[in-house]
Design a protein around this ligand. Sequence first.
Ligand code: C2E
Ligand code: CA
Ligand code: CA
Length: 824
Amino acid sequence: MTTPWVPQETPFQSLDRASVESVEERNRTLLLRKLLSLFLSVTLGVAAIGFGTAVVYRGVIASFGALGFGLLLALLPRLGSRRAGVLCTVWYFVLTLGAIVLGEGIRAVGMVLLPSGILIAALMLPKRVVAPWVAASVAAVTAIGVAKWSHLLASAGEPASLEEVAVAALLLLATGVLIRIVVGNLESMIAKRQRAERALLTSRDELAARHMALQQVNELASRLHRSLDVDEIARQAVEVLVRYSAPSQVGFYLLEEPGDRLLMTAHHGFAEEIRALGEYLPVAGSLSGVAVRERRLVWSEDLARDARVEPSVGAALVASGITAALVIPLAFGNRVLGTVNLLFRDPPTWTDVEMDTFRGIGQAVSLALTNARHVAGLEHQAFHDPLTGLLNRAGFHRELAALVGAAGSPASGMEATAKPGVVLIDLRRFREINDALGHHVGDRLLVALAGRLGRRVGNDGARLFRLGGDEFLLMVPAVADGVAGLERARELLSALSLPYEIDGMSIEVEAAAGVAIFPEHGRDSHELLRCADVAVYRAKRAGSSVELYSPSFDEHTAERLALAGELGKAVREGGLELHYQPKVALADGRVVGFEALVRWRHPRLGLLLPASFLPIAEASDLIHPLTYWVVEKALEQLLRWQREHEELAGARMAVNLSVRNLLDGSCAVRIEEILRRVGVAPASLELELTETAVMSDPEAAVVMLGRITATGARLAIDDFGTGYSSLAYLRRFPVQALKIDRSFVAELAGAESQRSQAIVRSTLYLARSLELTTIAEGVETPDAALRLRDLGCDIAQGDLFARPAAAAELERSLGDRHWKIPLA
Ligand code: C2E
Ligand code: CA
Ligand code: CA
C-alpha cells in the first residue's frame, strides 16, 4: 500500500530504524497495532457523531455528506489518496445534485461544499504542506468550534445554524485528516516490520539449511580423511551423494594419464550396458570435460538438446529416461583429479545452498584423494633412494626380514648350506670429491656407481641397495660360505675401480667392502648390518679392501669406547661448539631464524661433524646433557642477537632433538627450566625432530610432544618425506612446521625430477591445509630457491644463503647486510 501524501519525518519514524530483533521492539509493534485499531474506531466514531449531529440538526443531505466523507477517510488507506480524491469530488457533486433535487437550498449545499472542498484540497496537497495545513485548519476550526458548540449546547433543541453545522463538519474533517496521517504512518511501519520479520525468518531457514549442509560436508571430510585408499574414498563419496541428492545414477571418474580421458572407478544405479558405455569419457567433447577444464559445477537440465554432451552417451542416457546431469569437478590446486557425475530422471531445481554443498563435497573428496596419493608417494619414497632409484636402508631392513623369514621356514627349497649374506660397500674419500668438485658431480658419480654395481648383481636373486651417502649394499639370498661372499665382494670392487668420465673429468674411486652372513653373524637385518659395518671399518684400516666379519674385529670398538669417554669430557668441560645456519624468509630474504648445529673440536682429530660423534652420544645417556647444553647455549646466543640487532628481534632458534631425548621423562621440564633461566620468549625456540623419531612410537610421542609444546616451544618435523609419515598421525602431533628434506630440494630443478616436484608441491599444499610453516633445507641453487618460493614455501636454509658458521663469523658476513639475503 502506498501513501504518497504522508509526511516523511514523523516522531514514529525513528522506530523504523531500530533493530527488528529485540523483544522490546516486538512489544512496541504490538502496541502500535493496538493504537491503529483504536484510531480506526475513533475515526468511525467521529463519522458517526457527524452523522448524528447532522440528522438531529439538519436534513438528509448534510447527514449523508458527513457519513460519506467519514467513510472515505476511514477507507483512505485502502483507496490511496488519488482515488479517494476522485471519489470525494464525485461525492461532492452527488450531494450538491441531491440538495438541489430535494430543494434544500444553498445552505445545505454550502454545508457540503465547505468540508468537502477542504478535504479534497488536503488530499491533493503536496506532502510537505499537509502537516501545517492540517494544523492551521485544526487550530482555526477548534477556536470557532469551541465557541459554537458551547452555544449549541446552551440552546439545545433549536435547529442549528449553517455555521454550526459547518463547524461540526470541519471538526470532523480535521480529525479525519489527522487520523489519516497517524494511521498511514502506523500502517507503513507495521508493514515494514512484518517484511523484516519475514526476511529474518527466511534467512534463519537458509542458515539452518546451510548449517546442515556444512555438517554433512564436514562429516564426509573427516570420514574420508581417515581413508588412504582411493577406491574407498570413491565409494564413500558416491554413497554420500546418493543420500544427499537422490540421483538415479552416480558415476565416479578419475582422470587417466596422460589426461585425455576419464575412467569410471565407482558407480551407483547403472544398468550394465549403460555403465559399459560410460566407462570411459573423453575430456574433449563431454560434460565432464567442460567441468574439469573450467573447474566448476556443470549442470545440464536437458541432455537431449545439450551440445556439450558426448552424442552417443547422451542418446543412451536419454533413451534410458535420464534427462538431466550435474557434474562435480574434482581438482586440488591446479591439478585435475576427475569428476563425479549425478544423473537425474526429473531435473530438480537447485538452491544456492545445494550447489555450495556439491562444491564442498567435491573439495573434501579432492583433498582426500590428494592426501591418499601423497601418502602412497611417500611410501614409495620411504623405501627408495631418490637419486639412484635403488631401495634404501628401510627397504633393506624390509627385504632382509622377508628373506630370512622365508629362509627360516622349512618349506623353502634352499640348500641347507647356502645362507643369506650381505656385502656392504663404502667409498673412500667420497666426501672430498663432493667438496672439491661439487654436489652435482658427486651425485652423478653415485648414479654411475649404482649403474655399474647394478650390472654385477647377477641372476641369483641378489638385490642392490643404497643405504645413504656413499654406502651401497648387495643382499645375496644364498651364499655357500664366507669365501664365496668375499669373492662376490671383490668382483663388485673391481667393477668400481675403473675410472668414471664425468663432465670431461676422469674420476677414480676407491672402495672397501665388508661381508656378513646370516645367521652366524647376525640374526636380523640390524645385527647383520652392524657386522658388515665393522668388517668394512676393518677393511679400511687394514688396507685389505675386503673383509669377512669376525667377532675379533669388535675389539676395535674399544676405540669407539675411548671416543665415548672423551666425548663425555667434552660435553662436561666445554669441548663442544655450536655453528649456526640462518633460515631465510623466501618472500623477502630476511633472516628469520637459525638452526644450531653441534661440532666437537677434538684435540687430536680436529673439528668433528655430528655424524662422527652423535651416534656415540645417542648410544649412551650422553645425548641428554649434550642436547640441554646445545639448547642453553643456542638460546643465549639468540638472546644476544635479539638485543643487539633489531632486525633479529623476532628471530627463532632451532635445535635438533634425538629420538632418545623423547625417552627422557624430564625432557619437557628441563627445557622449561632453560627457557626460564635464559629468559627468551618460549616461542622463539623451535625443536626439530625427524619423522622417523616421531613415528617409531607415535603414541608415546604424542604425549611427550604435548608436554614439550606446553612449555611454549615450537616443534618442527625434520627431514620430512624420508620416513613413512602418516598424515593422519601428523595431524595429531602438535607441530607447527615441516622441514622438507634436502633430497627433494636438491632434485627440484633437475630434469628427471617430476616425482620430487610432485611430492614437494603436494607437501606444501597439505602443510598449508594443516596451517604449518614450511621450511626447505639444503637449498643450494637460486633456481631451487625461486621454485620453492613460487610453490609457496615460507622459509629456506642452505648453502646458497649461508653455510653453518660460528656466531662471530655470521655477524661479520651478515650484520652489515642488515641480516638480509635477497634471492636475486
Ligand atoms: P639436519 O638437521 O638435517 O641439519 C642440516 C644439515 O645439513 C647440517 O649438517 C648442515 O650443515 C647441512 N646443510 C646445510 N645446508 C646444506 C646444503 O645447502 N646442502 C647440503 N648438502 N647440506 C647442507 P651437519 O651440521 O653435519 O648436521 C648433520 C645432522 O646432525 C643434522 O641434520 C642433525 O640431524 C644432526 N645434528 C646436528 N646438530 C645436532 C644437535 O645439536 N643435536 C642433535 N640431536 N642432532 C644434531
Ligand atoms: Ca635439523
Ligand atoms: Ca634436516
